[in-house]
Design a protein around this ligand. Structure first.
Ligand SMILES: Nc1ncnc2c1ncn2[C@@H]1O[C@H](COP(=O)(O)OP(=O)(O)OP(=O)(O)O)[C@@H](O)[C@H]1O
Length: 292
């Protein structure tokens, strides 16, 4: 299996505080990966480690089969604030891109600028937030990377611009042999653009995997109150809540659920992400497999 990102025991400490802890991940190539989690969860830290902008305090991280940072030409990175040079024009940015990147695709860059109706003479400092994000994406795509890493690329965009941005990204993924890892606060964006998800909370990966597989193996069970130790061994409890007479479990299992006492419902991606993000109960049984 070709992997775009592999982390083993990866951790990062700022001073005495861990921003990322014990991170184990294997992300196969060919996916659009959504990295979700609340503010301060460690998403930017993980992405910065992946692109070699930060060095680990513990563990290792490999990108495209080599230590992070070793393959700069194959990795495109758009940081959280979609950095551009305010005083340089759009065409200056393309010229820089051409000089700095061996696999630069000039026609792709020009086509995108035209399609976005951007004036090549306009300075980046005069672009709107959405236009700047689109320029940064153009630079990232024209680099023709094998992996494109986007840190909250759509945070500053209005809903329509966000939709267009993600649409452009998906088209680029369909046309180029490209893997993408993007962080976002919005599950709806991940649902629209991604086929793989990583949920990061409090500096730890809570769950990761292909979205279809995760949705096919997670269920909500509602029925008469039941102790978690009476659930089958193959059912891993993600969250549990109880009233006097009723229990509701969100579980992960590979096996079909035959127990007629339960009303079984499928989860949406949002249900699943929010369950892992809001998991504050400490179930008495094994909680989950972090990865498949
Ligand atoms: N340069 C830094 N110095 C000290 N602490 C930092 C630094 N950068 C991040 N942190 C801390 O590390 C933790 C993780 O931050 P990080 O920016 O990776 O989270 P995030 O998930 O990207 O958050 P957000 O969604 O708000 O962008 C936070 O507690 C943050 O305060």
């Amino acid at each position: 299996m070709n992997t775009v990102l592999q982390a083993h025991g990866l951790g990062k400490k700022y001073g005495r505080r861990w921003a990322l802890t014990d991170c184990d991940l294997v992300v196969p190539a060919g996916h659009v990966v959504g990295l979700v989690g609340p503010n301060g969860a460690g998403k930017s830290t993980l992405l910065n480690l992946a692109v070699g902008m930060l060095t680990p305090s513990a563990g290792t991280v490999e990108v495209l089969g080599a230590p992070a940072g070793a393959q700069q030409a194959k990795v495109g990175y758009v940081a959280q604030d979609t950095p551009t040079y305010a005083r340089l024009s759009i065409e200056d940015h393309l010229r820089l891109g051409r000089r700095l990147n061996p696999a630069w695709d000039e026609s792709l860059a020009q086509q995108r600028v035209q399609h976005l109706k951007l004036d090549p003479k306009q300075r980046a400092g005069k672009l709107s937030g959405g236009q700047r994000a689109q320029l940064a994406l153009t630079l990232g795509l024209a680099k023709r990377p094998e992996l494109l890493v986007l840190d909250e690329p759509v945070a500053a965009l209005d809903p329509l611009a966000r939709r267009e941005f993600l649409q452009d990204l998906m088209e680029a993924v369909a046309e180029q042999e490209l893997s993408v890892v993007l962080s976002s606060h919005l599950v709806s964006d991940v649902e629209r653009a991604c086929d793989y998800v990583i949920v990061l909370v409090d500096s730890r990966v809570q769950v990761s995997g292909e979205i279809d597989t995760l949705l096919a193996t997670h269920y909500r069970l509602t029925g008469p109150r039941r102790d978690p130790k009476d659930l089958p061994r193959d059912q891993f409890v993600v969250t549990a809540s109880h009233t006097d007479r009723q229990s509701t479990y969100l579980i992960r299992t590979e096996q079909p659920i035959h127990d007629p006492a339960w009303t079984v419902t499928q989860l949406t991606l949002e249900d699943l992400v929010l369950a892992y993000m809001g998991r504050d109960v400490q179930p008495e049984r094994p909680v989950l497999e972090v990865q498949r």
